[in-house]
Design a protein around this ligand. Sequence first.
Ligand code: PLP
Length: 360
Amino acid sequence: MGGTEQKYVNEAFDTNWVAPKGPNLDAFEKELQQYLGEKYHVAALNSGTAAIHLALLLAGVQQGDEVLCQSFTFAATANPIVYLKALPVFIDSESSTWNLCPELLEEAIIDRISRGKKPKAMLIVDLYGMPAQMDAITSIAEKYHIVLIEDAAEALGSVFKGKVCGSFGDFGIFSFNGNKIITTSGGGALITKNKKIKEKAIYLASQACDTASHYEHSEIGYNYRMSNITAGIGQGQLEVLEDRIKRRRANFDYYHTELASESTIQFLEEPNGCFSNRWLTTIVLPSLEHREKIRLSLASENIESRPLWKPMHLQPVFKNYPNYCNGKSEKLFQTGLCVPSGSNLTERQLNNICRIIKNC
Ligand SMILES: *Cc1c(COP(=O)(O)O)cnc(C)c1O
């Protein structure tokens, strides 16, 4: 925590706004909107997953529709597609950002159309905080008139060509889960450029109550709104976002400098125009054996590290859905490792981790 979160939480208790409604919630949404820019509207929700679910619903995705989805991601990107009984179509990554490959995306769109079904939406991720190739991706979305949803759950604070991540799609998503760069313990946000859509999102997230003195419902609703308590945590956390980005980027720079002489270790560099919040620092080794040797050596000293995300097209629960793959994400899964990346790592801890990695 940064220090001021408790003040906002106490205000919620002092004023008895202990509900999914109240001044902290309004203020948190406003602050996020200011961060994004005047033309954006924000609905604060109780998770990033809920935000993706509502984005798909508001995009009109229905049972049997196809949704294009980056395969190299966390399962929460793809799960909401299946909540709606729609069908994910997984697309592999390109090497410069590890995010969705625009060439494969277009190939998949053309192929899906030729099979008789045009995809309803596409879900693009800014994985590990690295912005996806948004120029190419947004122009493909426009060319084929397909709704673009940007899953920026890991990329709050990242920027692509002067524009912040979360602001590229028809919908954007943030997560404030406990593991993200800033947190409300659990929480998320849906971003849109349309005020009516924001209002609709809040209506759906608050049990879809129609205007009436009694409880009247003409649509199925959800209980997805953020609490006024956790919004207070979010207000305090936004005050330290810049600091957290600095620290995460300093972690990356430390690893990069310390391990630069190891020709077997590769880093994900920032392509031109990309500014990453460096949520997690990742390294890529020549083989699975190299990767496991490092992971197990760290574990033997009680230091946690973790393989990169296992692509969705290889997950037991998703393996029967169509995919358009080039082997990139599978290779990254086998040879990549997320190294300790917390905002509170000390130089001594970083030094120790680098020593263990070098010994391997
Ligand atoms: C964390 C995460 C989510 C889900 O967010 P929650 O707030 O945990 O529901 C979605 N997509 C990605 C890429 C994530 O990392």
